[in-house]
Design a protein around this ligand. Structure first.
Ligand code: DAH
Length: 340
């Protein structure tokens, strides 16, 4: 048997294959169920115990040699330029390429605009506590303003845990960790206990902005918003501020932009008014600064918050919010050419 193994070892060295398939055939011929090496291992079982040690080693060496040789043959055959298969004259298969989701596109566009005017990005958790979503933003425990947000509570009571209803909570997280100047933009997902319809959803996206420094004024807020609106909707875009109320800002305002569809003449998108509502804003309430350990005498600031779905609907005249969440590729494909 020893001689036979030596002879086979030499033979292994001379093995050659023109293709990966041939290499596989050789492997089966040697190592398959009835292969040369397999048969030798069967014979090995009947050999006298004293010969087994040496023979066993040689047999294993042979097996390894065959494995290595056939793997090398297969590798070489696969690398070979002769390894052509299929009909290269057939037309190619198009590779379908993905596209960004329209909400991502608009969110990135909003972030980019604010980044260009010096804002940095801040993010916070979606699962929040009462302090960061309500109390630190000047919602007193029984204040009716809390009813403005229909909240998904994970745990109610003194140590409430909830899904954030707005990204204003990230303002609080930022103020927790940084003293002014603060200039941040906070994009994120928010959750409200709403019935799903064409105009409302229980999950949507917001972008929040916060700027706190010495001598920040309402004029600065207006300028930031005009710049944003014109970058997003075009150079001629006008803005209009209407007085409003939010617990965390004083004074507060609702921002409209001139309708980008009809140029302000009135159409069914702007319901004949010539204006589209895009966000809420205001000067940060001194109570909020104080609750977050920022000196309200030394510092002032402004904040704003907008819904990404709403802006995307206005930008592309999408009439049903649910389309953004259904992920029907026929809808999503239409945004493949859009930037960002
Ligand atoms: N948090 C408000 C909402 O979810 C949006 C908002 C309004 C944010 C005014 C602000 C602001 O920062 O100043 O409806």
């Amino acid at each position: 048997m020893q001689n036979k193994i030596q002879r086979l070892l030499k033979e292994v060295e001379t093995l050659a294959a023109k293709s990966a398939q041939e290499a596989e055939e050789i492997r089966v011929q040697w190592l398959g169920k009835k292969g040369i090496v397999t048969v030798l291992f069967d014979e090995f079982k009947n050999i006298a115990a004293e010969e087994k040690r040496v023979l066993g080693q040689q047999l294993n060496a042979l097996k390894t040699a065959v494995q290595e040789k056939t793997a090398a043959l297969r590798g070489a055959a696969e690398q070979s330029p002769d390894n052509v298969s299929g009909d290269y004259t057939l037309p190619g298969f198009p590779h379908p390429s993905g596209a960004r989701h329209p909400i991502t596109i608009v969110r990135n566009e909003i972030i980019d605009i604010f980044k260009r005017s010096g804002y940095t990005l801040a993010e916070g958790p979606e699962i929040e506590d009462d302090w960061h979503v309500f109390s630190a933003l000047n919602f007193p425990p029984e204040h009716p303003a809390r009813d403005m947000q229909d909240t998904f509570f994970i745990r109610q009571g003194d140590n409430a845990v909830l899904l954030r209803t707005h990204t204003s909570s990230v303002q609080v997280r930022k103020m927790d960790t940084q003293q002014p100047p603060i200039r941040v933009i906070c994009p994120g997902r928010v959750f409200r206990n709403e019935a799903i319809s064409a105009r409302a959803h229980c999950i949507f996206h917001q972008v929040e902005g916060l700027y706190i420094d010495e001598k920040v004024s309402f004029a600065d807020l207006k300028q930031a918003i005009v710049y944003f609106a014109q970058e997003l909707f075009g150079a001629g875009t006008k803005i209009r501020l209407r007085p409003s109320y939010f617990p965390f800002t004083e004074p507060s305002a609702e921002v409209d932009v001139s309708c980008n569809i009809c140029g302000g003449r009135g159409c069914n998108i702007c319901k004949g008014t010539g204006w589209l509502e895009i966000m809420g804003c205001g000067m940060v309430d001194p109570n909020v600064l104080e609750a977050n350990h920022i000196d309200p005498i030394k510092y002032t600031g402004f904040a704003f918050g907008m819904g990404v779905e709403r802006i995307a609907m206005l930008k592309w005249q999408v009439r049903d919010l649910r389309l953004y969440f259904e992920n029907d590729v026929r809808f999503l494909k239409q945004f493949a050419g859009a930037n960002s």
